[in-house]
Design a protein around this ligand. Structure first.
Ligand SMILES: [Zn+2]
Length: 66
């Protein structure tokens, strides 16, 4: 998905203007080859899950050790 830096917004390719420009600010965005690979997303999801687990673990652990 093309990312507009000025708007901080991910655009769907079909929502872009004909020349690949941002529909809000008109900046021409790169499309195609620079999309985020699926395994990068999977890594982020895994990392988020791990962090939530660690925070939960710490919240459980803390009251027993103060
Ligand atoms: Zn924009």
């Amino acid at each position: 998905m093309p990312w507009c830096e000025d708007c901080s917004h991910f655009w769907n390719a079909k929502n872009l203007a004909e020349n690949g420009a941002c529909p809000t600010c008109g900046t021409v965005l790169e499309t195609g080859p620079r999309k985020v690979p699926w395994h990068f997303k999977a890594l982020l999801v895994g990392l988020a899950g791990y962090l939530i687990y660690r925070i939960y673990w710490f919240a459980e652990w803390l009251p027993k050790h103060v």
